[in-house]
Ligand binder design. Structure first.
Ligand code: AP5
Length: 222
C-alpha cells in the first residue's frame, strides 16, 4: 500500500515497482478519473469531490476495492496506490482481504517536504488515457508512452486552491491511517497466532525519481 501526501510520487513509483515485481497497480485516483471521463454513475458521483480536492466518500472507495480484488489478475498480489485515505477505508480493506484469506504485507509511507510537493504538482501534467504523470510536458502534447495515443493534460485538482484542500484532507483524514497501521503491526508482532501483521516502511521520497526507486526496492528487499 503506497501512502503519502498529494504529489509525493506514489503514482510514479507505483508504476516502477509494478514493472520490477511484475504485479499490477490499483490506483483509486486513476479508477475515479477514468469513471469521470467515461461519464459513469460512479464518475458523476465523484467528480465534484475530486475537482475541489476533497476525499470521495468511503462507500464509493470500498466498492472499488472489493470489485478490483475479485479480479483474477489481482490474485498474485497488487500494489495499492492511494487506495486507503481514512481509518474507515483501512478497516474496510482489512476486512475485504480477510474475507479473501489474504493480508496487507507492507505499507510504504512516502515522505517529502511541502515545498517539494507544491513544486511537483505545479509542474505536473498527466496522460488522460493511461494516466502516466509527467513533469515539464506541455498540456496538449501527445503521450510519449509507446502505443498509448492519449493526450497529456493538466489535472483539475492541480490548481492552487484544490492543492491546498488536498493537503488539508491528507493531514486531517489520511495521516491517522499511519498510526492505525503501526498499531496493527505491533498487535500482530505480540501475538504469534497473528503473524501476518502489516509492516510500515518510511521512504525518503526526496531527490531524483531513480534514486527514490532504488531506495524503495532496497527497503523491500531488506
Ligand atoms: P490521486 O490521483 O491518488 O491523487 P493524490 O493522492 O493527491 O496523489 P497524486 O496523484 O497527486 O500524487 P502522487 O503521489 O501519485 O505523485 P505523482 O507520482 O503523480 O487522487 C485524486 C483524488 O481522487 C483525491 O483527491 C480524491 O478526491 C480521490 N480519491 C482517490 N483515492 C481516494 C480514496 N482512497 N479515498 C477518497 N478519495 C479518493 O508525482 C507528482 C509529480 O511529481 C509528477 O509530475 C511526477 O512526474 C513528479 N515526480 C514524482 N517523483 C518525483 C521526484 N522524485 N522528483 C521530481 N519530480 C517527481
Amino acid at each position: 500500500l503506497l501512502l503519502g501526501p498529494p504529489g509525493a510520487g506514489k503514482g510514479t513509483q507505483g508504476e516502477r515497482i509494478s514493472d520490477r515485481l511484475g504485479i499490477p497497480v490499483l490506483a483509486t485516483g486513476n479508477v475515479l478519473r477514468n469513471a469521470v471521463r467515461n461519464g459513469t454513475d460512479q464518475g458523476l458521483a465523484a467528480k465534484a469531490y475530486m475537482n475541489r480536492g476533497d476525499l470521495v466518500p468511503d462507500a464509493v472507495i470500498l466498492g472499488i476495492i472489493k470489485e478490483a480484488l475479485a479480479q483474477p489478475e489481482m490474485k498474485g498480489g497488487v500494489i495499492l496506490d492511494g487506495v486507503v485515505r481514512t481509518v474507515a477505508q483501512a478497516e474496510g480493506l482489512s476486512n475485504a482481504l480477510a474475507d479473501l484469506g489474504r493480508h496487507l504485507d507492507t505499507v510504504l509511507l512516502f515522505e517529502v517536504t511541502d515545498e517539494d510537493l507544491v513544486r511537483r504538482l505545479g509542474g505536473r501534467t498527466v496522460c488522460e488515457r493511461c494516466q502516466t504523470p509527467y513533469t515539464g510536458m506541455e498540456s496538449g502534447s501527445p503521450c510519449p508512452k509507446p502505443g498509448c495515443g492519449g493526450t497529456v493534460v493538466r489535472r483539475m485538482d492541480d490548481e492552487p486552491q484544490a492543492i491546498t484542500t488536498r493537503m488539508k484532507a491528507y493531514r486531517a483524514q489520511t495521516a491517522p491511517v499511519i498510526d492505525w497501521y503501526r498499531g496493527q503491526g505491533s498487535k500482530a508482532a505480540s501475538s504469534s497466532a497473528k503473524a501476518n501483521g502489516t509492516r510500515v516502511l518510511t521512504v525518503d521520497a526526496a531527490g531524483a525519481v531513480d534514486e527514490v526507486t532504488q531506495r524503495v526496492l532496497r527497503q523491500l528487499e531488506e
